[in-house]
Design a protein around this ligand. Structure first.
Ligand code: GDP
Length: 198
């Protein structure tokens, strides 16, 4: 897929205020610092597009970008910030779970995992939650340029092994580097394929 246009649409504090266009949506989520903004900028080839999401007041909102006037790229708040409380065991804020559970035009969630790290509890809990609620998702292992291929393979295998506790079969996954552009073509190809089925 070639990217012809990528424009900020709106920031939404809750599901009721999300755009009503009905366009297919592909959401990106991960722990803070996982490389989400860098990946969004690389995918859209628009330097600083995702900076919009990082402006004061927007970091905890759902940010929508219109791509090729055809689909929405949705930048969800990083779940590494939110503190878990007794009432809030899923460690990400309520309106994000509301969006994920109830947004009818959500096509797929891209869950970003830092490829340099061994499996992190919060990432596993989140993928388990997605599985339990039958929300379609794909894993993206980020920052692959920073590690050796063997370590990447090992960390991915450990992640899949941990997932096998609650999941039959392996989810689709991509390796990516915002620095080298690795994975860009594959991720956009996946979106294109999903759009053609929408
Ligand atoms: P976010 O908090 O998830 O949006 O993460 P950022 O995109 O802001 O990235 C966090 C840090 O990791 C920044 O210093 C980025 O330059 C760096 N980073 C992100 N992606 C990559 C990557 O693919 N390769 C390398 N080498 N650094 C990356």
């Amino acid at each position: 897929m070639q990217i012809h246009s990528a424009d900020f649409v709106t920031s939404s504090p809750d599901l009721d205020n999300c755009p009503e266009s009905g366009l297919a949506e592909f959401a990106f989520i991960g722990r803070s610092n996982v490389g989400k903004s860098s990946l969004i900028n690389t995918l859209t080839q628009k330097k600083d597009l995702a900076m919009v999401s990082a402006t004061p007041g927007r970091t905890r909102l759902i940010n929508f970008f219109l791509i090729n006037r055809k689909w929405h790229l949705v930048d969800l708040p990083g779940y590494g910030y939110a503190k878990a409380s007794g009432h809030h065991r899923n460690k990400f804020n309520e309106f994000v779970s509301d969006y994920l559970l109830n947004r009818t035009n959500l096509s797929c969630v891209f869950v970003l995992i830092d490829s340099r790290l061994s499996p992190q509890k919060i990432d596993l809990e989140f993928t388990q939650w997605l599985m339990e609620h039958e929300i379609p998702f794909v894993l993206i292992f980020t920052k692959t340029d920073k590690i050796k291929a063997g370590v990447l393979k090992q960390n991915m295998a450990l992640f899949f092994e941990a997932m096998s506790e609650f999941c039959d079969g392996l989810p689709r996954s991509y390796d990516c580097s915002a620095k080298t552009g690795e994975g860009r073509k594959q991720i956009l190809g996946f979106v294109e394929q999903a759009l053609s089925n929408h």
